[in-house]
Design a binder for this molecule. Sequence first.
Ligand code: HEM
Length: 326
Amino acid sequence: MSEKKMDDKVIEQIKKLEEKYEVMGQDLSSYLDGLLYADYLTYWDYIHLDTLMSLQTPKTGLKDEMVFIVYHQHTELFFKLILWEIDQITNAEKLTEQFFLERLTRINRYFELLEHSFSVMVEGMEREQFLKFRMSLLPSSGFQSAQYRWIELCSTDLFNLTAINLRANLNPEDSVEKLLDAIYWKQGATELASGKKTLTLKQFEEKYGQSFIHRALAFKGNNLWQIYKSLFDGVKKDETIIDALKRYDLLANVYWPLAHYKSAVKYLQRDPVDIAATGGTNWQKYLPPRFQKVIFFPELWSEAERQEWGKGWVMKEVVRGKDPDK
Ligand code: HEM
């Protein structure tokens, strides 16, 4: 009896398949033959496990370099998911508040995971090994993560990403090229001694410069802030969405950057003279959110909150008594 029922179901499915293939002028029978000969899918083929496991290629024999590589790759995969969720929001045909909020909540979850897991870097490598293997990786830097920059460009108006000290001479309506020229991170890649662009920045711009222009143009009126403003703000003040946007702002621009900063504090020289000598940047004056003051959604914060951006957390979590930002 139950077998007969299954047969009917299979027949119904075959009819549907026939219709599907007919529309495209395809012969279902040939496709069924293909199914007959096809191998069963395996876990390792599905997620391309062999390829994935072949992508960790340390430059030195120091064991902890593997931790460093795998953790960077893990972070880039989550950056990919964050961009994936942003794309779903920006490409949605009919965007509802619920869909917007759900995708935003996913993004916050990914950033929380990245923030909390940063202990893998901060606690999980021997400093002596790190200081050696990082010399084999120069001049590359996580600074060159294009996905990180794309996330920023998709989240807010480009003006909000410009360096604070240049804003007096800028206007949100300036050309994308002009605003990109003043983007905050270019200031973080200037050599201490000479004031010139670092090689790290030059190479980054050479490879991704065009992609930044394209993305900035594409998301000018279609970034998360613009979407929120045009669809949900004013219609109804939805506190839940505002809370989620504010949480995202904090995670992306305070919590994750500070978890990351903690690793620089732990592993790197703290004397700017030493950094200058190796052609490096003054990361102590660049990385802390209280100096960068990147805020995706400034309109959602009070003047006092914007002024205090990033400060409390630094005092409590990073330095425990000594303030490296002074
Ligand atoms: C021990 C671990 C780490 C240390 C010591 C470290 C150090 C630094 C330093 C000093 C900078 C400033 C730019 C420069 O001088 O190169 C920087 C920038 C950056 N790093 Fe890391 N980093 C670490 C791990 C990571 C990881 C796991 C990621 C994940 C992709 C990452 C992503 C970034 C990004 C996106 C920037 C640019 C930040 C900005 O412009 O505000 N870093 N890092």
